[in-house]
Design a protein around this ligand. Structure first.
Ligand SMILES: *Cc1c(COP(=O)(O)O)cnc(C)c1O
Length: 356
């Protein structure tokens, strides 16, 4: 069997959830969209079922998957519904849709009179300019929803564009914009993603929405004290299944982009870009062999990667290689590929998932 394994440590997930909620206070929706950032949505949600106040997903299909998996907590649909027909499923399953556009608001108003008691999360565009009602239209949207007879409860929400840059003032400005309108409106509030939970105390409201921190990765570029207690949930590992010795001056891999500078011992490992390992993370990207860090040499191929074993004389066929997890941070690999840990975690495929 191909030895690529994504080990998912569910106790670390639970630890991170409880840490997120205690850093924020109040209640926390565990964000499990995109198959729980690649970790397996139903398995992760079940592991949190006895502590989580609710879950958040991107699509109604993801939400239904959780219900079918036995989760009966509140589930927020972060993008709301895409078509009016989905509102029947929203009602049937008791989902909490975000309302972030005039079209979505009109779909709620157009529900039959028998539709009652919905909880909706009304989103303000407080400055990210991606989704939500402009501040000047927000109170009117709130009033229409409360007055339409279908809605029992509104949670006021917004989302930050730059909460992962703690020194930047944009998040403070977004909070002030949000508060200037929301102070006069009834209901709970929710503004904090992981970065705001950790770095922006003024973003702490009744509901938090931690995502990436649940999986043990920091949203910040640099180290941050609030991220110190996070425990990586996924450990992506494989094994060496080939070795070769090359003299100095030999090219390695597609394009010969790496040329040995000295006599070099190469290990061949079973993982490639078809597994979600980023092709851009080539020569120099870290891996850990039996816990000792070394580097990729040459280009990442579809199914294989070559690594430098020259200084690891005890490593050989069968040695365990960690792509990311405990000895190698997913964000380190992401930095080599010009992206963020979120994307790498979401992209893992073809690996065997083992839960513990
Ligand atoms: C994905 C998402 C989150 C979680 O963000 P993280 O940075 O992963 O913590 C929170 N809120 C909304 C609206 C989201 O789309």
């Amino acid at each position: 069997m191909r030895p690529l394994v994504a080990s998912i440590r569910l106790d670390n997930l639970k630890h991170n959830y409880l840490l997120a909620r205690s850093q924020h206070g109040g209640r926390a929706l565990a964000v499990v969209k995109a198959n729980a950032y690649g970790h397996g949505a139903v398995r992760c949600a079940r592991a949190l079922a006895d502590v989580a106040d609710g879950f958040a997903v991107a699509t109604i299909e993801e939400a239904i998957q959780l219900r079918e998996g036995g989760l009966d907590q509140p589930i927020v649909l972060l993008e709301g519904v895409f078509e009016a027909e989905e509102l029947a499923l929203v009602r049937q399953h008791g989902f909490w849709p975000v309302v972030q556009s005039a079209e979505q608001l009109a779909m709620i108003e157009a529900l039959p009179a028998s539709a009652k008691g919905l909880t909706v999360w009304l989103k303000m565009d407080s400055g990210m300019h991606r989704a939500g009602f402009f501040p000047e239209h927000y109170a009117a949207a709130h009033q229409r929803l409360m007055g339409c007879g279908k809605v029992e409860r509104i949670v006021k929400m917004t989302h930050f564009a730059r909460a992962d840059e703690p020194a930047d003032s944009a998040t403070r400005t977004q909070i002030e914009t949000f508060d200037s309108v929301c102070a006069a409106l009834p209901g709970d509030e929710s503004v904090a993603n992981s970065a705001a939970i950790m770095a922006h105390e003024r973003a702490h409201r009744q509901w938090a929405r931690p995502g990436i921190m649940l999986y043990g990765a920091t949203p910040f570029d640099t180290s941050h004290p609030a991220a110190a207690g996070l425990r990586p949930v996924m450990r992506l590992t494989t094994r060496v299944f080939g070795t070769r010795e090359l003299p100095a001056g030999q090219p390695v891999g597609y394009g010969g982009t790496f040329v040995t500078e000295r006599p070099t011992r190469i290990g061949l490992i079973a993982c490639g870009y078809a597994d979600g390992y980023p092709r851009l993370a080539s020569t120099g990207s870290p891996v850990a062999v039996d816990g000792v860090r070394t580097r990729i040499i040459g280009r990442v191929s579809m199914d294989m990667i070559t690594i430098d074993l020259t200084d690891l004389p005890h490593a050989g066929i069968g040695s365990e290689v960690e792509l990311w997890g405990d000895a190698v941070g997913v964000n380190e690999v992401a930095a080599h590929a010009g992206t963020i840990g979120y994307e790498l975690l979401c992209n893992v495929k073809r690996a065997r998932f083992e839960y513990s």
